[in-house]
Design a protein around this ligand. Sequence first.
Ligand code: TSB
Ligand code: ZN
Length: 583
Amino acid sequence: MKKILEDERLSKLNHSCAHLLAQAIKHLYPDAKFWVGPVIEEGFYYDIDLGDKVITEEDIPLIEKEMKKISKDGKRIVRKEISKEEAEEMFKDDPYKQDLISRMNEEETVISCYTQGDFTDLCRGPHVETVKELKYFKLLKFSGAYWKGDAKNKMLQRIYGVCFDTEEDLQECLKELEEAAMRDHRKIGKNLNIFMSHDLVGKGMPLWLPNGAVIRKNLENYIYEKEQKLGYKHVYTPCVGTVDLYKTSGHWDHYKENMFPSMKVDEEEFVLRPMNCPHHMLVYGNELHSYRDLPIRIGEFATDFRYEASGAVKGLERVRCMCQNDAHLFVRPDQIGEEFKKVVSLILDVYNDFGLKNYKFRLSLRDPEDKEKYFDDDEMWNEAENKLREVLNEFGIDYYEAIGEAAFYGPKLDVEVKPAVGPEVTLSTCQLDFLLPRRFELSYIDRDGNKQVPVVLHRAIFGTFDRFTAFILEETKGVLPLWLSPTQINIIPVNNEYHLEYCEKLFENLKDNYRVELDDRNEKLGYKMRESVTRKIPVTVIIGQKEVDNNLVSYREAGSEETTTLSYEKFIKYLEDKISNRK
Ligand code: TSB
Ligand code: ZN
């Protein structure tokens, strides 16, 4: 996909196209008021106040038509630099532009506006020379967007679009967008019956259907096995805690806006937990520990609830109720590097198993100026940040640093991936924390019999089962590896009359060890085969006369036109090999 933001010409073109959109809107809806219309990676958008009018599917072609008309008219786009006073006068009836102007400082920025025909917009530019250059554009989608992204503000209408220099570039982009939409896990999840949502349950609260549950259970088993080998001990803890628990941890002060409101039960005030760390701190504190016991690794597949903005929730990728593949690793200060290395190693191992290649490591650091968000201890922060850098350099891992993205309790390493649609998200995370163990007064007894405070590493390899499932559905386009697929084998008789009995026997033999289906409907072979393909079943077995006569199994793998024929024993070996190495 062409990155528009990174291309000077395309940025200019798209920015100008945002103005063209605004001008067309103004012609069609004279009372429209405009907030901002920036260029983004995929093109541009404009946030517009249309009063009570809500944009619908039918409006889009009409707006495009008006844009085409203005473009044909071919007016020049003229820049004019103006004083703040002039700007205030020019946009005196426009509260949105007034808001922008009020925050401008004449000494630091040149205020400019751009005029094309009957439309003038306050804008820094740059723009193309004439609207004639804006020929190959398309409006892509629209949504509601709160003014300044704040749910307390008015909901504006956001219209997205994209513009290129040639028809070919535009068509190529539209094709890529279409392909991305096909890969969108929300579409795959619906087609393959993996999850559903319901208004009665609520926004951002997906329900995992039987097919989804198979995937999730297998992911749980997979990572549990790995964690067992690495010495993790799993626990189960409640998905609520008292407000006091989260006051002790500091979440109440630093994370409250991400939490559901509290509820009172008898004398206790509960919150749905947004994180599991406090519970795990208490589990650690339940026993005395010697320096020899550390590291202690407490893991849990833990359900959390977070308040995510309603406009941000998305399929399984961003939910309000999620299940983390969480663990808290309690280490001595001298063990930080070694333990962090083990986590990075596990991340690489898992990504390798899933064949994931498109990801980036991001080292999230604090913004030292932001005393509100981060606890104030320069030495602790510097020490922690350097430790993480050291290990990454030792591994020779490519990473970039993000200032101001750290958690309030410490720096972290995140793995970022790009979904089919929408901005990048974090999958795995490993976060260093010097603070939480102190807040819970945790300790271990050192070699000399003195009490010391352990350091905690928070880590989630899948992130959440929800987000990871969303991601692998997109990466695999729904064709999951055999070990993970809800239905593994689909048996189809060429002709029910002659071959069904053999298929039934085959089904009986396989059903205890595999997730197998027998398609005994009286439908045409071609129809059943096509359905097996659209259901993305990894192995479709086709049984005809040759197979019945010679006790053979013929099968096709998803995405392949090739048929392989094997003896029953060899077929089982083929399945076993595929499943056991989980590749
Ligand atoms: C790793 N306390 C740590 C934990 O010990 C923690 O909660 N970290 S987190 O806030 O980064 O969340 C862990 C992971 O959950 C993230 O890396 C991300 O992959 C996933 N995640 C976060 N928010 C959501 C959400 N709304 N929907 C789905 N997954 C999410
Ligand atoms: Zn944690």
